[in-house]
Design a protein around this ligand. Structure first.
Ligand code: HEM
Length: 283
């Protein structure tokens, strides 16, 4: 009689699985799982607070990866290795897609569920996410007013100021295009990079040249579409956020002190790469 495979307990050791880790690095050791899984310190007994914490923490982890990719993509573009940057830019878009899908989990939290622990959050808010601000700065939305919530943390101020002193993704893309022979307006190449981006007609005209004949400017065209893709996914994140916020707190003020939905709707108007959107109208 042969053993019933469905009921007979299978021992993976017989298949070669390593089962002893007293002197070896395990999965948990490598990934520091204990540290991660002891960082969910709920302040209330409210059931949904765990969801709220994990949703934010996982978002921060994905943002960490997005920053890692944004840093590397800029280095690649600066070294005129744009093809390698394309892969990273595509990955950042996928990270935002991942973050966009995550809202579906948070949306299962009703206003009544959130009310059970909202007061205990005090003044804390995603508005104070320094990684989010770094991403915005790296993408070119460089509002220096957003530094203030981090003034009490010199280490974070240093990171944010260092980002403002570095060319944004768009700045690097334009410098690369100029090196490749496209007539990027000189004032854009010498602009004060710490300042927010200002839409520029001369640059729209350059993108027009690229979009009218993609085959002749394939690399710039592909770079442009990667940037549009990224902004598209980023905008969806903003939209999903404000919709979730309206669904959960209506028009109450945010814990961070802003007008809440009205503030977030204003942020929907931010355009990271304005000329790349405008060029669509001119074609
Ligand atoms: C029920 C869930 C949520 C509510 C009610 C909510 C509410 C808000 C509100 C009202 C603001 C405006 C600032 C303020 O006054 O507080 C804000 C900003 C922000 N939130 Fe959320 N949020 C939620 C979930 C999340 C999640 C999961 C993340 C992921 C990290 C997040 C990240 C942010 C960021 C980055 C900002 C700043 C946006 C900007 O300045 O453009 N939020 N949130």
């Amino acid at each position: 009689m042969t053993a019933d495979k469905t009921t007979c307990p299978f021992n993976p050791a017989e298949d070669g699985a390593q089962m002893s880790f007293d002197a070896r690095m395990s999965y948990g050791d490598y990934l520091q799982i204990d540290r991660i899984l002891t960082a969910q310190n709920c302040l209330t007994p409210a059931h949904d607070e765990m969801l709220f914490i994990i949703q934010h923490q996982t978002s921060e982890l994905w943002m960490r990866l997005a920053l890692h990719e944004l840093d590397a993509a800029r280095l690649m573009i600066a070294a005129d290795r744009v093809r390698e940057a394309f892969k990273m830019l595509a990955r950042i878009s996928r990270i935002f897609e991942q973050l966009n899908n995550a809202w579906d989990v948070l949306r299962t939290m009703t206003p009544a569920d959130y009310t059970r622990f909202r007061d205990d959050l005090g003044q804390s808010s995603g508005f104070q996410s320094w990684q989010y601000r770094l991403i915005e700065y790296a993408l070119g939305n460089r509002n220096p007013a957003m530094l203030a919530p981090h003034a009490h943390r010199p280490d974070l101020m240093e990171k944010l100021h260092a980002e403002l002193a570095r060319p944004s993704l768009y700045d690097e893309a334009l410098r690369h295009m100029a090196r490749a022979g496209l007539p990027v307006p000189h004032d854009l190449l010498t602009r004060d990079i710490a300042q927010p981006w200002q839409a520029h007609d001369g640059l729209r005209a350059v993108w027009e040249v690229v979009y009218r004949d993609p085959a002749a400017h394939w690399e710039a065209y592909e770079l442009a579409e990667k940037l549009v893709d990224l902004e598209d996914y980023f905008r969806r994140w903003r939209f999903n956020h404000v919709t979730t916020v309206e669904r959960v707190i209506g028009f109450k003020r945010g814990t961070g002190g802003t007008s809440g939905v009205a503030y977030l709707r204003r942020m929907l108007e931010v355009r990271l790469f304005p000329e790349l959107w405008e060029v669509r109208t001119s074609l």
